[in-house]
Design a protein around this ligand. Structure first.
Ligand code: NCC
Length: 444
């Protein structure tokens, strides 16, 4: 859980009362669930290093302090990440950085989860990863944030909080990330809206027990997590990330692909014909502007995904291809900013990975997010399917990726907690109990 400190003006007293009731409910609920993880968060980290002495017991990952004596593990250079004449100039590329990994993750690798040495190595690795995310967050906003999307964020509660406790999973759920439906305005009046499938996003939702989200991170290479991934009822992948030739590491089952509008639009991805986009559910997204209407979006999407979406849907009328509601993408951004509290996050949409998590969580009691928060397999590669070395893909340069991953880490409920995340690469997120959430911050 997260803690935000601000001043409290008088007009919010009623709100405060409901907050206190809710906080009591939350605490009670947590106790009922017997959440051992929450307890562990309040215990001091037992790491036998000088740095560890400086680290306060974290209430959330945001409360682990950056230690200025520790060498920052990622070097940044301002070269573009991709140098391809095929790609149109776009702000996403302009701010990309080529970053080189200088940490040696292998030093922290271990498997004996019962040994103290392994426990300590894992805690040290966690610390370095969290510090890197923290540093990336503080660097991210001022230097190169042109506010391309006209983000005009006003904190939902203004400066009205003394203290606020709210589980991160609830914040994600309340963003209500969703796909557009035929009945949604203005699509109910437009011929384009009739292209949306009548079916729901997932079939037989009651039978869904476990879901895997497979990040495209380079650290999946050599992981041998394929069999584990394939045991899940739903497997989510991103963009054009392949399974063929990588089955041992990433599995072969795909239920849904979340694809960004570049992938839908650019000829090199061949969205309307490539086999990789067939016989799976597709959830395509484009952010539009922060306060833009859906009508605006239809004419000013970042990349015009509508044309290829229409071709695809007409060519395969039985397909399950959906468009994600861009308003819900920005609500997710707001959830992320609320989690970050008074630390401004980058004013660009979340990555497909985080959007995918928010889309899936309401449908799935347990989500295993694979190699999203990097494990000791971290190798500096951008993707498991390419040789490009670029740590910015992992630590963020354009999306508010560092904040996303800190928030995801805050949601982790894996049994072995840090061992699971940092040694095995699996972060487990449980859908929160309805009693725990229900604030409806966004009132949509
Ligand atoms: O790289 P990308 O992401 O397709 O990765 C999918 C999701 O996996 C997680 N990821 C990826 C690499 C890495 N080292 N660590 C990770 O955690 C992220 O959650 C990511 O969202 C995207 O989010 O859609 C993105 O798409 C690419 C690119 O458009 C597509 O791969 C198609 O080429 C973007 N790269 C560029 O625009 C240059 C990337 O910024 C975001």
């Amino acid at each position: 859980m997260r803690q935000v400190k601000r001043a409290l003006p008088g007009q919010c007293q009623a709100l405060l009362v409901s907050l206190i009731v809710c906080a009591a409910l939350i605490i009670q609920s947590e106790q009922q669930v017997g959440d051992a993880k929450a307890q562990r968060r309040h215990e001091p980290i037992e790491v036998n290093t000088p740095e560890a002495a400086n680290v306060r017991s974290p209430r959330s990952v945001f409360h682990v302090r950056w230690n200025p004596n520790e060498k920052f593990i990622v070097e940044s250079r301002e070269n573009p990440a991709i140098n391809s004449s095929k790609l149109a100039p776009h702000p996403r590329l302009k701010v990309s950085k080529n970053t080189k990994l200088t940490l040696s993750p292998k030093l922290y690798l271990c498997h004996d989860k019962h040994s103290e040495l392994c426990h300590n190595k894992t805690q040290q690795f966690r610390q370095r990863i969290v510090q890197t995310f923290e540093k990336a967050m503080t660097e991210s906003v001022n230097e190169s944030d042109p506010n391309h999307y006209n983000v005009d964020y006003k904190p939902v509660f203004g400066d009205s909080f003394e203290e606020q406790y709210y589980p991160s999973t609830c914040l994600v759920m309340e963003a209500g990330v969703r796909v557009l439906r035929r009945k949604d305005e203005p699509f109910n009046k437009l011929p384009f809206g009739r292209l949306f499938p009548r079916q729901k996003l997932f079939r037989n939702i009651r039978n869904i027990k476990t879901c895997a989200i497979v990040s495209s991170a380079g650290s999946l290479a050599g992981s041998k997590l394929g069999r584990f991934i394939d045991t899940h009822d739903i497997v989510m992948r991103f963009n054009h990330a392949p399974t063929e030739g990588h089955e041992v590491d990433v599995g072969s089952k795909t239920t849904i692909r979340v694809v960004n509008s570049q992938v839908v639009t650019k000829p090199e991805f061949d969205f309307t014909r490539a086999p990789i986009f067939r016989n799976v559910t597709i959830a395509a997204w484009d952010p539009g502007k922060y306060n833009g209407t859906l009508e605006d979006w239809l004419t000013s999407a970042d990349y015009d995904l509508f044309t290829n979406y229409e071709i695809y849907r007409r060519r395969y009328p039985k397909s399950r291809a959906f468009l994600i509601d861009p308003h819900s993408v920005w609500r997710l951004w707001q959830s992320l900013q609320m989690f970050a509290g008074n630390r401004a996050i980058r004013r660009n949409p979340p990555s497909s990975g985080f959007i995918g998590l928010a889309l899936l969580l309401p449908h799935c009691p347990q989500v295993d997010f694979v190699e999203y928060v990097p494990s000791t397999r971290l190798n500096g590669r951008c993707h498991y399917y390419s040789k490009e070395m670029n740590s910015a893909c992992t630590f963020g340069s354009w999306h508010p990726l560092a904040a996303e991953k800190l928030m995801a880490l805050d949601m982790n409920m894996a049994e072995d907690d840090d061992m699971s995340v940092f040694q095995f690469g699996i972060l487990r997120i449980r859908r929160p109990d309805k009693l725990l959430c229900g604030f409806n911050f966004f009132g949509y």
